[in-house]
Design a protein around this ligand. Structure first.
Ligand code: IPE
Ligand code: IPE
Ligand code: MG
Length: 248
């Protein structure tokens, strides 16, 4: 088992834990530049942060953790950076999958994925297959993911059912729509964290964050620690979530 820091974990009120936490892991490049490094150094450092945060999620017994690794818009970056990110992603999966499996992690991928190299696609499928019966944290890695793209794909699937005469347009419910999303079967996002100082959603989990609480920090992702992750969870525990209703 991954070692835990009991003092840190003890700060979280288990009765007020989010079920699903999503993280926009941002600020790698700016962190690297500010230290005189290439942007790629920031991405490599970011992988170390991810390892630590996943470990903390496992030790907390979190139900679902979703991380934004590569957006549908990130293809606009220079080829060299995109290639580096793909390489890092493959290396990370190859190296970590055994440890994740040993920790009962169930990995899943959100996004299009068909534009990835065949070897990477196989690695993703094999990792999912390896961990498919695990019952621990649902670890979703969003890669070539865009919230709008996901909504369009879901809509296309429902439109096909309508065209085939299997359902009428007015039969479509939120539950049916939910079932067509990449996060099918998982709870909605309770807490969305963004590192790196920007205050925006950048096309992440647009449907699933309908009632999420947001937590932003200036800390760039390579410097984000389990302690700050716990700070976010503690803060979440103090929020008054009304879901449109009134609290007594
Ligand atoms: C997040 O860090 C990682 C990815 C988008 C892949 P960035 O690469 O966006 O770093 P900044 O925001 O430019 O600092
Ligand atoms: C969001 O970060 C995507 C990931 C963290 C993978 P970006 O750095 O791509 O977002 P923008 O461009 O600042 O909105
Ligand atoms: Mg960024």
């Amino acid at each position: 088992m991954w070692e835990s820091d009991n003092d840190l974990l003890g700060r979280v009120d288990r009765n007020r834990m989010p079920r699903h936490v999503a993280i926009i892991m941002d600020g790698n490049g700016r962190w690297a530049n500010s230290h005189g490094f290439l942007r790629s150094v920031g991405h490599t450092a970011g992988v170390k942060t991810l390892k630590n945060i996943l470990k903390t999620a496992v030790n907390l017994g979190l139900e679902a953790l979703t991380v934004y690794a590569f957006s549908t818009e990130n293809w606009k970056r220079p080829h060299t950076e995109v290639d580096f990110l793909m390489h890092l992603f493959s290396e990370y999966l190859e190296r970590e999958k055994t440890d994740m499996h040993a920790n009962n992690v169930r990995i899943n991928f959100l996004g299009r994925t068909e534009d990835f190299a065949p070897a990477l696609q196989k690695l993703m499928t094999d990792s999912m297959q390896l961990m498919k019966n695990n019952t621990g944290v649902k670890f979703n890695v969003a890669a070539d993911y865009g919230g709008q793209d996901e909504i369009i794909r879901a809509t296309q699937n429902l439109a096909r059912l309508v065209k085939a005469g299997e359902i009428a347009p007015e039969d479509i419910t939120a539950e049916m729509f939910d079932a067509e999303l990449d996060t099918c079967g998982q709870p909605p996002v309770d807490l969305m964290i963004r590192t790196g100082g920007d205050l925006r959603v950048s096309n992440f989990l647009l449907w699933q964050t309908a009632y999420a609480e947001f937590w932003f920090t200036d800390t760039p992702w390579p410097e984000f620690t389990p302690k700050e992750f716990i700070d976010a969870l503690v803060d979440f525990g103090k929020r008054d979530r009304r879901f449109g209703a009134l609290n007594k």
